[in-house]
Each structure stands twice: as C-alpha cells, then as structure tokens.
Design a binder for this molecule. Structure first.
Ligand SMILES: O=C(O)CCC(=O)C(=O)O
Ligand SMILES: [Fe+2]
Length: 248
C-alpha cells in the first residue's frame, strides 16, 4: 500500500474500522520500556466490509475469505452448541451471527536483533467467540496454561483456533478463553493472518440459559461493543477483563 494511503488509515483507536500501525514503544506498569515489534493492517470485514478499496483484487479476496471463514465459524459454533447439550443453532441465534462482528488482521513481525527486549503482541485474551490464525510457517504464538507459557506448534497449512472471551461467558466458563502472546525472533520474518469472529455489536452476551439449569451464572451480562471498548482501555498487561465480570 502506498505511504499516503497508509497514513489515511493511521489511528490508535481499535474501534476505527481500518487500522494501520507500525511498531511503537510503551511503558509497562514498572515503567520498563517495551518495544512492540509488529506492523499490522486491521479492519472490520463484517457486518460491513471496511477493506481498503485498492488494490481491488485484495478487496475481492478478503470479501471471499471473510465469507468462507464466517461459514467455518458458524459450523464450529454449531458443534460447540451441540457439545454443550444445546440445539445446534442456539449460539448462532443468541449471538446474532448473521450480523456477527468479524475482523481481518495481517501481522508482520520482521526479525528483531534483540528479541528479549521486544514483544510482538503482549499477553491478552481475544474479545470475541473464536479467533482463527494462519501463519507463514514461522512460530511465535504462545499460550499460557497453569501459569506457564507454551509455544504453539501449529501444523503447516492449518488454521489455529483460539476460544475467546464471549465464548467463555456464553458457555458459562466451560470453554476457557485463551491467554496468549506473540514473541519475536532474530532470524525469520513472521506473518500471521488473524480473523476474530464475534457476536453482533449490539448483542448482550450472558451465559446461555440452558446451561443455567446445571450451575448458576458465572458472569454478568454485557453488550459486546461495550466489552470491546472497556477491554481497549484496560488491555495491556492487565488482568483479563473477564475476571472482573466473574460473579463468583
Ligand atoms: O500473531 C500472532 O501470533 C498472535 C496474534 C493475536 O493474538 C491477535 O491478533 O490477537
Ligand atoms: Fe490475540
């Protein structure tokens, strides 16, 4: 993309439909400088397609990719619905997936001369239901399990699927949202294509009613876009927002 076209989209507000960002620094809580070693292009693809209109071939591809990945998300969520003992289209309806929020993000992590001083993406959970991730064969994604970081060895040509916050709320805690980060290396460029799939912006997400026969609600209700907004300001290095919505 030409430099002027990039500048048109440059913004720090993740709710803005199209975002282009280059690496930056922040200060964490203990006032250490942390380098973000990532350039990215990120935009909403559903319910409205905000893809830049040049090049047109890219827009056409994104439009098709968005449709196909939405179909995949629907199918997986039908399976999740059934696995939770609910009708297969229960999640589809409760989350209003026909108007679901879908984002496309292309992340570019060039080799970093001092990877121990930088991070690709700091630890976080994703805010939606399911996130899809494709990578160019170079690892870097890590997930936390019982307080320890584990490297993800994604299979070649596979789509890696992470459960996200709204799925944890909806499933009343049965599917845990994954705390993850991306680290960088000093040898190879890493590229990832990430597609978060969430409820429609105005859906008020609560634990699914049929699950409340077995256990009391573990989370309070919150409108999805409000959640995204609150997560935006609390996100970096903080305790997951989800923990703050927990009722017990
Ligand atoms: O690029 C990666 O490995 C992680 C990306 C990610 O976590 C995100 O975009 O939310
Ligand atoms: Fe993520």
């Amino acid at each position: 993309m030409p430099e002027e076209a990039k500048l048109k989209f440059e913004t720090t507000n993740p709710l803005y439909p199209v975002t282009v960002r280059s690496g930056s620094t922040i200060h964490d809580k203990s006032n250490q400088t942390v380098l973000f070693w990532r350039d990215y292009l990120r935009f909403f693809v559903h319910p409205e397609l905000y893809c830049p209109d040049k090049p047109q071939e890219f827009r056409d591809l994104i439009s098709e990719y968005s449709q196909r990945t939405r179909d995949l998300a629907s199918k997986l969520l039908q399976g999740v619905s059934k696995s939770l003992g609910m009708e297969k289209d229960k999640i589809q309806k409760a989350m209003d997936l026909d108007h679901g929020t879908q984002i496309f993000a292309a992340n570019y992590y060039p080799p970093c001369p001092q990877p121990e001083l930088a991070i690709g993406i700091p630890p976080h959970t994703d805010h939606g239901l399911l996130t899809f991730l494709l990578q160019n064969g170079v690892g870097g994604l890590e997930i936390q399990h019982k307080g320890q970081w584990f490297h993800v060895n994604a299979l070649p040509n596979s789509i890696f699927v992470n459960a996200a916050d709204q799925l944890e709320i909806l499933s009343n805690g049965k599917h845990k949202s994954v705390w993850h980060r991306a680290v960088v290396n000093n040898e190879k460029t890493r590229i990832t294509l990430v597609v978060p799939n969430g409820p429609s912006p105005d859906t008020i997400v609560t634990p699914a009613a049929p699950l409340l026969r077995e256990a009391p609600a573990a989370y309070g209700p919150m409108k999805y876009m409000e959640y995204v907004n609150v997560q935006r300001v609390t996100r970096l290095h903080e305790k997951p927002l989800l923990d703050r919505l927990k009722l017990h």
